[in-house]
Design a protein around this ligand. Structure first.
Ligand code: ZN
Length: 84
């Protein structure tokens, strides 16, 4: 699987580290409902380009194929309470 970093371009998934899905992060009920209604086959996830620019990314991923549909940088690490 390739992930397109907004700063480094397309890189192998091994360069990135999965952090959490939006739901795990503690999205509001309205956010969860919106994403389910928008397309229940998609997942919104947070990843970090740990072996590159270390930027935090928001990935929209197709759950059927695993393919990354869209990436965007996020300014701060998502607060998920894991402390990692
Ligand atoms: Zn990068």
């Amino acid at each position: 699987m390739l992930i397109s970093c907004p700063f480094c371009g397309e890189r192998e998934v091994a360069e990135f580290e999965f952090r959490c899905t939006l739901e795990e992060r503690g999205a509001t009920a309205a956010e969860r409902l919106y994403f389910r209604l928008a397309d229940p086959r998609r997942s919104l996830e947070h990843w970090q380009h740990v072996r590159g620019c270390r930027m935090w990314l928001e990935l929209h991923r197709d759950l059927r194929t695993g393919r990354v549909l869209r990436t965007a940088s996020v300014p701060v690490p998502p607060a998920d309470g894991t402390g990692s």
